[in-house]
Write a protein that binds this ligand. Structure first.
Ligand SMILES: [Zn+2]
Length: 195
């Protein structure tokens, strides 16, 4: 009832503002309101055995830095949210040879399958392809006086590492990742539910 009571004068005020041709500030607000809830991305989901279960449209994970800092271990935070690079040969997965999947440490999106991990000798976990091209995003990175291609998590934009074109067959690519951006889970039997 009260809503009805107030809605009429408000509507009249709105029309007046629009009619007065004030739309600059108004349209910025309108467009940001219009994108609310539309921060959707498509990623591919996998079960715990690493079997592709389908493409899903999910909301992007966006949080203030302070919240990421609370959620993540200090090094994981520096790498994923501030694009730091862990020291080589120090990360938790540089020498991990177990069979399983690597997920985003921030949002748990599946990123790499151990079947594509190889010994690069760099001291960073290296893969010749992501588990699904939809699950990572590439961005040009000209920092530190070099031209590199940065790899980010599609869903939460975590910095993961860089991709280079000196990898092994069949792709010739080397996804040079930071262990601190990844979370490994052992492969379960086919048909298991995702973790
Ligand atoms: Zn993520």
């Amino acid at each position: 009832m009260t809503g009805n009571h107030f809605s009429r004068p408000q509507r009249r005020f709105f029309l007046k503002v629009l009619g007065a041709g004030l739309p600059a500030a108004f349209s910025i607000r309108a467009s940001s309101a219009a994108t609310n809830g539309k921060g959707l991305v498509k990623i591919v989901e996998f079960d715990a055995a690493g079997v592709r279960t389908g493409v899903v449209e999910v909301e992007k994970v966006e949080k203030p830095l302070a919240e990421w800092k609370k959620q993540l271990a200090p090094e994981d935070f520096e790498v994923t949210r501030r694009a730091a690079t862990e020291r080589p040969f120090t990360g938790r997965y540089a020498n991990n040879h177990a069979d399983g999947l690597y997920h985003c440490v921030c949002c748990n999106t599946s990123l790499f399958d151990s079947k594509t991990k190889f010994e690069s000798g760099t001291g960073w976990p290296s893969f010749w392809q992501p588990i699904a091209k939809e699950n990572v995003r590439l961005r040009s990175d000209d920092s530190l006086g070099m031209h590199r291609t940065e790899v980010l998590c599609t869903r939460c934009e975590a910095h993961l590492g860089h991709v280079f074109d000196d990898g092994p067959p069949p792709t010739g690519l080397r996804y040079c990742m930071n262990s601190a951006a990844l979370l490994f889970t052992q492969r379960a039997k086919s048909g298991s539910k995702p973790s």
